[in-house]
Design a protein around this ligand. Structure first.
Ligand SMILES: NC(=O)c1ccc[n+]([C@@H]2O[C@H](COP(=O)([O-])OP(=O)(O)OC[C@H]3O[C@@H](n4cnc5c(N)ncnc54)[C@H](OP(=O)(O)O)[C@@H]3O)[C@@H](O)[C@H]2O)c1
Length: 309
């Protein structure tokens, strides 16, 4: 039988809500500094390419001048300079990490954190508010109460989670009076855990949007530099398998690597993080990439360093 071609979906709903977003998202983790014009150029480049979900978090900016909150502040300054952009985006942010505690998802903490995010972002509502990492000490019932209260006060439209295990997601959902709209794991050709640990299955089970963070392995898939010497061979082999897909599509490796995440049946939206508007534009080519089943499985097996049984 001929090998059928896999490709990405063109549009997505944010969970079971009516909010709809493009197939690739733009993330602001690496957004730094206070200069509005270059920041605005990145957001405009993303929106122009249909990357309508813009993802940030209150903690982004930690370690840069200005620190915690500065990436949200910069995005808020962009929205102040060009208020019309707010209507073109689905704005996603996160709370729940408080350095160096490190996590707090108690109701009082989340209510206050979200309020501060709204102020920094200079907006009335966050479209998708995500718990950044699970707080092991707050009962899920209380986290659900906080998210419900934020939603009924109009401060957030939808709620989601990030880096939750499938059982943590299920435990939180059991106490919610509305469906969790998203889950955000690390997922790329180098980080395959969500495929095998139930995370992406659960997104299909609950109809939650699957957002993949660091879909280029934080740049490693492009630079070819592994984090450790032991991981270099695995990276080299994964890159080779991605380059086969890129060549067949007459595109670059970034587009092939993003498409690798996007063709998964959970309907994954990769959140790209480049700070270069030209690379944002190039990344949009991922939506056009097609690959065979065997191309996709070749990437998986190269990354695993083993054949599937
Ligand atoms: N929920 C979480 O816990 C969590 C954690 C981490 C990230 N995130 C989200 O995921 C987003 C993306 O993460 P990420 O920045 O690590 O994603 P990524 O897209 O995997 O990596 C981006 C990095 O790759 C580099 N790069 C090198 N060559 C490139 C090329 N040809 N094309 C594109 N990029 C290239 C970029 O450098 P240049 O800027 O020089 O292009 C940038 O440093 C974040 O902004 C954030 O929204 C979430």
């Amino acid at each position: 039988m001929a090998d059928d071609l896999l490709h990405a979906r063109p549009k997505f709903n944010v969970g079971q809500s009516s909010l709809s977003v493009g197939p690739i998202a733009y993330g602001c983790w690496r957004f730094a500094g206070t200069e509005v014009k270059p920041a605005q150029a990145k957001i405009e480049a993303a929106l122009a390419c249909g990357m309508t979900l813009i993802d940030t978090a209150d903690i982004y900016g930690k370690g840069t001048p200005g620190g915690f909150g500065s990436a949200e502040e910069l995005l808020g300054d962009v929205l102040k300079a060009q208020p019309g952009l707010r209507y073109d985006m689905v704005l996603a942010s996160k709370g729940g990490i408080w350095p160096d505690t490190p996590y707090n998802s108690s109701k009082p903490y989340l209510m206050a954190a979200c309020e501060k995010s709204l102020k920094r972002l200079k907006t009335e509502t966050i479209d998708l508010y995500q718990i950044h990492r699970p707080d092991l000490l707050t009962p899920m019932e209380e986290v659900a109460e906080a998210l419900s209260a934020l939603r009924s006060q109009g401060k957030i439209r939808e709620a989601g989670v990030s880096n939750f295990t499938p059982s943590q997601f299920r435990a939180l959902q059991a106490h919610m009076d509305f469906p969790l709209a998203s889950q955000q794991p690390e997922f790329s050709a180098l980080e395959l855990s969500p495929i095998f640990d139930g995370t992406l299955d659960q997104c299909q089970e609950f109809g939650a949007l699957a957002l993949a963070w660091s879909p280029l392995g934080g740049g490693r898939l492009m630079t070819g530099q592994a984090n450790t010497a032991e991981d270099q061979e695995r990276l080299d082999n994964t890159i080779k398998a991605l380059d086969v897909i890129a060549e067949k599509n007459n595109t670059d490796r970034a587009a092939a690597a993003l498409a690798f995440t996007m063709v998964h049946p959970a309907g994954v939206i990769p959140i790209i993080g480049t700070q270069t508007p030209a690379r944002i534009k190039e990344a949009a080519n991922a939506a056009k990439v097609k690959m065979s089943r065997s191309d996709w499985y070749d990437v998986i097996q190269a990354s695993m360093g083993a054949k599937l049984p």
